[in-house]
Ligand binder design. Structure first.
Ligand code: KG4
Ligand code: ZN
Length: 361
């Protein structure tokens, strides 16, 4: 029997966005966003060139309550009208996770509602199912400031990681490149904008792991090459900066093309019966148009449909957390009130932890 319609409150506090949302999962499995409020802390962290965990945790503690109230007001419902509460429990910065999860537990206890302690990566992975029909299995490329992974999404709670970064995340590589060039944080959008005016062929930066077995990523060598180039050229002209951005993006696009085409072929071999395979791309870096058009090309070539949720649902938000909660609660997967926050929490528990991995999962 189909689960009845459920309205879920979602809470996201794992990094530098404080977010609250209300999402309804209808009996037919379709989703509807009733409210989705995100408060970015970018300005609080910008002077430091990256996210400062203590500042993030304090900001979540200061703002979360009123964001929940605002989300309920926007959806024109009260806590009595909701059917469950979902909060990100990991992976992420532990201080922020504790703020969100503890708030969710208090509300669940006070209102006697089920709790869903959500893996942030699962929330990204399931987002396209909030937006429209999408059957399992599908392939997920998650590219954000904290994660760079390729997962096969086989079902709710069922993931197989087939690729991950062995050092920096892709968003981190964009942010570090920007920092080396004296551009403000977060650097991704700045690097993309400047790259449009630059010459992508001027510098031959490395294409890390290109041609190697498997689908893993590495970006730290690229960062080193950029640092060396910056030191050689100093003082940099505007043209130098634009050319470095364009050459960096070209190197990233070529590496991603190589790694991703292996993943797509692997998926097709594993699931020959899936008639129309789908690649979902999520995370802040999915906003990059150069990379997106290169993903489109690979998908066209290998017969995949490409799905990239709109930017506000690709970057961190609470609607995706509420939706993951709705999917889990519909399957009876509630969590106990002593569920713990976890700084590290791999989606695929079988996946090997890579030595030197600078990532959270
Ligand atoms: O998913 P997200 O909002 O937050 C997490 O990291 O979880 O991703 C933020 C990352 C940052 O590293 C930012 O520089 C990168 O996404 N980013 C971009 C672009 N927009 C955001 N990177 C490349 N090109 C962009 N247009
Ligand atoms: Zn995220």
């Amino acid at each position: 029997m189909a689960a009845p319609a459920q309205t879920i409150l979602g809470i996201e506090t794992s990094c530098d966005e404080t977010a609250a949302a209300l999402v309804r999962r209808h009996a037919d499995g379709s989703g509807e966003i009733l409210a989705n409020i995100v408060l970015s802390q970018i300005e609080d962290h910008a002077p430091y060139g990256g996210v400062v965990p203590e500042i993030a945790a304090r900001a979540h503690a200061s703002h979360l309550d009123r964001l929940i109230v605002a989300a309920l007001a926007e959806a024109a419902i009260t806590l009595d009208d909701i059917d469950g509460i979902a909060a990100t429990a990991g992976p992420g910065l532990i201080g922020g996770l504790l703020v969100g999860l503890t708030t969710a537990k208090a509300l669940a206890l006070a209102k006697n509602k089920p709790l869903a302690a959500i893996n942030h990566l699962e929330a990204h992975a399931l987002t396209p199912r909030l937006l429209g029909p999408l059957e399992f299995p599908y392939l997920l490329l998650l590219i954000s400031g904290g994660h760079t992974q390729i997962q096969i999404v086989e079902g709710v709670g069922r993931y197989r990681r087939i690729g991950t970064t062995i050092d920096d995340a892709l968003g981190e590589a964009f942010d570090k490149t920007a920092k080396l060039l004296g551009l403000p944080y977060p650097g991704g959008p700045q690097v993309e904008a400047l790259a449009r005016q630059g010459n992508p062929k001027r510098f031959d930066f490395p294409r890390p792991l290109k041609g190697r077995e498997g689908c893993n990523f590495s970006f730290s060598g690229l960062k080193t090459a950029i640092r060396e180039t910056v030191e050689e050229l100093r003082p940099l002209t505007q043209t130098d900066i634009a050319d470095i951005c364009a050459s960096f993006e070209a190197a990233v696009a070529e590496t991603m093309r190589d790694r991703l085409s292996r993943a797509l072929k692997f998926f097709k071999d594993e699931f020959p019966d899936v008639r129309q395979p789908v690649l979902v791309v999520a995370g802040g870096v999915a906003a990059n148009k150069t990379l997106k058009s290169s993903f489109e090309n690979i998908c066209r070539r290998l017969g995949f449909n490409l799905m990239v949720p709109p930017a506000h649902l690709c970057t961190d938000n609470a609607a995706m957390v509420a939706w993951a909660g709705a999917e889990r609660l519909a399957l009876g997967l509630a969590d106990p009130l002593n569920a713990t926050a976890r700084a590290r929490w791999p989606l695929d528990p079988q996946a090997k932890r890579l030595t030197g991995a600078g990532v959270k999962a």
